[in-house]
Design a binder for this molecule. Structure first.
Ligand code: NAD
Length: 368
């Protein structure tokens, strides 16, 4: 059995609490002979700033570059609000994304039937929802140059951001989406605003050509980003995989996340380019932040973090069956009525972070 090398970066706030539950799952998989992991633990965010004066040390960056997958908790908190901008906690996260060249951000939005009433939409609209938003993460308007505020000298200033995409950037994110769709519902919806943006015209052209050339077996639809935002809250179950640029992906994935109930339920993966062996640099993290308001109280929901580890099993280690088991164990625990405080709904009692982790372990044991 291959041994997979993990770098664990728990970070700040509830990060270490939810990471501890992932460690239990990884250890269990090792013990049961399902998969073998070796892990190192590093510092990121405020924790790294306190130890090294920067948001991630060079030695931890080297570990991140060399490992098979980074498992990331969360960073930030009021303690570090006043630290210099370039060493603020979030700088550690951005450095990881940049140096590992993680251009593809995968955010599933899954609504477990047991939590359908926690969504802001009606049960029939969200129950059983399972969509995947693929967001381009390293290009577009967040990075394009020029990016500046210039003084026009007449009492006016001008703020400039530049939306820019090259063919190869669109093609490689398109490939990620089509490949994913083949393993799911076989349908991709590509989204841009080609009616008003030249980068959207190119996006549409490149995705259409890529589809025709290499992925004609996958169903492809195009939808303008504003219309897609509307459709996401009207009838989200029409989608399987959505692929879009950095800016639209940022907004649309946040909209989709709210369909599912709680921030504590949402995992994510960020992937880099495949090397000649098909291996990608990768980082897995919950969508939520460090939740300083509940840190240290045992209130954090570990499901987003454990489901992020499940994504690592699926996308970095090709352990689809083990990943399915993790997802099923989470669903079973929710079906049995276990709730952390954030997903309490109408439940009469709640469990702690550790109790939720233990229940997921017990559910895994039953499934095995
Ligand atoms: P947050 O996601 O930390 O918290 C928002 C709300 O959701 C809070 O009420 C929190 O208690 C709750 N929440 C979040 N995760 C939860 C979980 N697993 N279980 C139960 N409840 C949960 O966002 P915020 O409050 O805007 O930011 C707090 C800090 O986190 C800030 O310093 C921010 O910069 C940072 N942040 C970091 C990341 C990251 O590391 N990727 C992402 C977002 C925010």
């Amino acid at each position: 059995m291959a041994t997979h090398n993990l770098l664990l970066l728990p970070g700040d706030g509830i990060g270490p609490e939810v990471m501890a539950e992932v460690v239990k799952v990884a250890d269990w998989m090792g013990k049961e002979g399902i998969a073998s992991f070796e892990s190192e633990t590093g510092l990121v965010g405020g924790a790294a700033y306190d130890a090294h004066g920067k948001a991630i040390s060079e030695s931890d960056m080297k570990l991140a570059m060399d490992c098979d997958a980074v498992i990331f908790g969360a960073v930030g908190g009021p303690k570090w609000d006043a630290v210099p901008y370039d060493v603020r906690p979030e700088a550690g996260l951005l450095r990881l994304r940049k140096d590992l060249a993680l251009f593809a951000n995968l955010r599933p939005a899954i609504c477990y039937p047991a939590l359908a009433d926690d969504s802001s939409l009606k049960r029939e609209i969200v129950e059983g929802l399972d969509i995947m938003i693929v967001r381009e993460l390293t290009g577009g308007v967040y990075f394009g140059e020029p990016k500046e505020i210039i003084d026009l000298g007449n009492g006016q200033k001008r703020g400039i951001d530049t939306q820019v995409y090259d063919t190869y950037e669109i093609e490689r994110i398109g490939r990620v989406a089509f490949e994913l769709a083949r393993k799911r519902g076989n349908k991709v919806t590509s989204s841009e605003k080609r009616n008003v943006m030249k980068s959207g015209v190119l996006w549409h052209e490149v995705i259409t050509a890529l589809h025709k050339r290499d992925y004609a077996d996958v169903q492809l639809d195009h939808m303008l980003a504003d219309a897609l935002g509307m459709q996401l809250v009207r009838w989200p179950k029409q989608f399987d995989v959505i692929v879009t640029d950095n800016l639209f992906g940022d907004m649309l994935s946040d909209v989709a996340s709210m369909l599912t109930g709680s921030l504590g339920m949402l995992p994510s993966a960020s992937l880099g380019e495949a090397d000649k062996n098909g291996k990608r640099k990768a980082m897995y993290e919950p969508v939520h932040g460090s939740a300083p308001d509940i840190a240290g109280k045992g209130l954090a929901n570990p499901i987003a973090m454990i489901a992020s580890f499940g994504m690592a099993l699926r996308y970095s280690f090709n352990l689809g069956e083990a990943a399915d088991m993790v997802d099923k164990a989470i669903a079973n625990v929710l079906d049995a009525g276990l709730r952390t405080a954030d997903i309490k709904g109408n439940a009469t009692s709640t469990v702690s972070t550790v109790q939720m982790g233990d229940a997921i372990l017990a559910a895994l044991q039953k499934l095995k």
